[in-house]
Design a protein around this ligand. Structure first.
Ligand code: HEM
Length: 93
């Protein structure tokens, strides 16, 4: 796979995992708030999936997203160094 294709698919995965994180986070925040199990009645709240599953999805997406961010920074590390030097005045031109 050439560089352009790799960056293209990596950026799509970053976008989609970020979107999934926001979605699962907002579901946990607004649709199924509260902790863990369904309190005294024992039944777990459900919106498409159980609350517990939404938390699992959120956690796995967080790991995937963090890994992709690190990979993204690694692949663009030279760009980051060059532009940072430029912005802070060394290596002007
Ligand atoms: C719009 C973005 C986000 C929203 C609205 C959001 C919302 C929430 C909420 C409400 C919780 C607590 C409920 C739960 O435990 O499931 C939570 C927990 C958590 N979030 Fe997010 N989140 C967002 C983005 C992120 C991002 C970008 C990351 C990391 C890359 C992340 C990682 C986590 C982790 C690790 C937990 C702890 C889960 C646990 O064990 O309780 N979240 N988030």
């Amino acid at each position: 796979m050439n560089k352009a294709r790799l960056y293209y698919w990596l950026d799509w995965m970053l976008f989609l995992s970020g979107l999934g994180l926001a979605l699962s986070g907002f579901v946990r925040w607004f649709v199924l708030p509260g902790a863990g199990r369904g309190g005294s009645r024992g039944a777990e709240a459900v919106f498409i999936f159980t609350r517990h599953t939404w938390t699992n999805i959120h956690q796995w997406l967080a790991l995937i997203f963090a890994g992709l961010v690190l990979l993204h920074l690694y692949l663009h590390w030279n760009w980051i160094l060059v532009v940072t030097r430029h912005v802070f005045g060394r290596d002007k031109g």
